[in-house]
Design a protein around this ligand. Structure first.
Ligand code: PLP
Length: 474
């Protein structure tokens, strides 16, 4: 263990990075009244802000003004930064700034909905969506098209051969293939350029939902003429250390110049008379209303900071964390991991680890980790109900029964798992502290008497009140 603790992080300046995570040092209360430094293992949901991002936000606020049509100096300056941000986003994902529109939106969900609304889909066409998707890359397609789901293997990996079979079966009728870059449940990373190559071979275009992939791996959309070129990509800044309400949809300008925008109003038009309107050029055409200038600058600053650190170094550091965590978890009996539990399989997966403790509700495990360990994780279905159902191998009868219970307002038996997910700033020492408390859960050595709130499906320690007003008020 000592050897592992002395392991050198592939990140050249992990200590500096720790200092640059806003709120990293925050102490939180435990059930026994002690205070402890918070461990955030819920990065797959949202990451904290990087300090250079917060500093840039504060600096930008001093210059904040309306963009694009304002004539004052501040407006011109903010417009300039807004446009520079497009270049930085393009650089981060290696998009072609000449050919691609970088459309700013509020998050990946909005990006995918926008594409679903904007994609012309004929009544005899289908959209292929994998069974490992977050709801945000499934429901928008169901709302706009006939969706055919691509199978996964029992360990949660995409069955690429099934994608090929379906591309063949629906040849010339596939309006789009929509696949995640990485799973927010098992952490499996898809070979996105290889998937793009396959789709193009069968004459289809591909959308990569990069919400989960972008904070952890380098992304290369590749040149438009490259067979592995990614046609469309969705990003969420709050998962990339810039939680200020922005995201991006990236895709060919040529595509977005066709058709009507899904949202219309200020900013989208060229000429408006009482009888008609003509649309402005892409990307402004698809950015109706006043944009989130500060959020966009924050996202650009974060991506710039990550590029300076080096995404390959971030990936190496997180692989080291994943390897360490899986190794220690494998030594604890009674833990089931969904996806891969192999500490040596870290290249094609992220540090997103979904697991359950044998005979222990996931909500109870998560509660104990919080109240007795000061560790923030997430539990439940992670907005991927069909995927979780398959990973848990729930049969149809059980699923129906549980669905009925939930529809009746009782979430006590909500199927799911606990998810620990890493960011670039997490450390081996934090994992060791997590494992200590996890062992207490497994060995039933926790101290609280946890009561289930059936409506929420959450557990709370009896008689304990959180004095939130002592920490933050509005
Ligand atoms: C893989 C994946 N796609 C899409 C989303 C949706 O992102 P957002 O909530 O930022 O729109 C998430 C969020 O967890 C995700 O993990």
């Amino acid at each position: 263990m000592e050897a592992i603790k002395k392991m050198k992080s592939p990140l050249p300046s992990l200590d500096k990075i720790l200092e640059s995570i806003v709120g990293y040092q925050k102490q939180v209360p435990l059930l026994n009244g002690d205070m402890t430094q918070y461990i955030n293992f819920d990065n797959a949901a949202s990451t904290p802000a990087l300090k250079p991002v917060l500093d840039k936000v504060n600096e930008a606020m001093e210059w904040y003004s309306s963009i694009h049509r304002g004539t004052g100096f501040k407006s011109q300056l903010c417009s300039e930064l807004f446009d520079q941000s497009r270049e930085i986003v393009a650089e981060f994902v290696k998009a072609d700034i000449e050919k691609d529109a970088i459309i700013f939106v509020k998050n990946a969900t909005e990006a995918i909905n926008k594409l679903a609304n904007r994609l012309p889909i004929k009544s005899d066409e289908v959209v292929l969506v994998s069974k490992m998707e977050h709801h945000s890359n499934d429901l928008p397609w169901r709302a706009n098209a006939r969706v055919i789901h691509v199978n996964i293997f029992p360990d949660g990996q995409l069955e690429v051969q099934d994608l090929i079979n379906k591309l063949k079966k629906y040849h010339k009728k596939v309006a789009l293939v929509a696949v995640t870059g990485a799973s927010n449940v098992t952490g499996w990373v898809n070979d996105v350029n290889q998937l793009a190559r396959i789709c193009h071979e069968y004459g289809s275009k591909i959308l990569i939902d990069a919400a989960q992939l972008a904070p952890h791996r380098a992304i290369n959309m590749r040149p438009h003429h490259d067979p592995g070129h990614i046609d469309f990509l969705a990003l969420s800044a709050h998962k990339i250390y810039a939680p200020f309400g922005s995201g991006a949809l990236i895709g060919p300008k040529e595509f977005f110049e066709e058709g009507d925008p899904d949202y219309v109003g200020g900013g989208t038009v060229n000429v408006v008379t009482l009888d008609y309107a003509t649309w402005t050029e892409s990307p402004e055409k698809d950015e109706a209303g006043t944009p989130n200038t500060i959020g966009v600058i924050a996202m650009a600053k974060s991506l710039q900071t990550l590029m300076n650190i080096g995404m390959d170094k971030v990936a190496e550091h997180e692989k080291q964390l994943t390897r360490h965590m899986l190794k220690l978890m494998s030594e604890i009996p009674g833990i089931e991991i969904y996806g891969s539990a192999d500490p040596e399989v870290v290249d094609n997966r992220l540090g997103v680890i979904a697991f359950n403790v044998k005979d222990m509700p996931h909500a109870l495990t998560a509660a104990i980790l919080n109240y007795e360990g000061g560790v923030g994780v997430r539990n439940g279905c992670f907005c991927a109900h069909p995927y979780i159902k398959m990973l848990l191998q729930l049969d149809d009868e059980t699923s129906k029964m549980l669905e009925q219970q939930m529809l009746e307002g009782d979430r006590s038996n909500l199927p799911g798992a606990v998810r620990a997910s890493f960011g670039l700033y997490n450390s081996i020492l934090e994992i060791d502290r997590f494992i200590e408390i996890l062992k207490k859960v497994v060995n039933r050595k926790y101290v609280g008497n946890y009561i289930l709130n059936k409506k929420e499906g959450a557990y709370y320690p009896e008689g304990h009140v959180q004095n939130f007003q002592n920490y933050l008020t509005i």
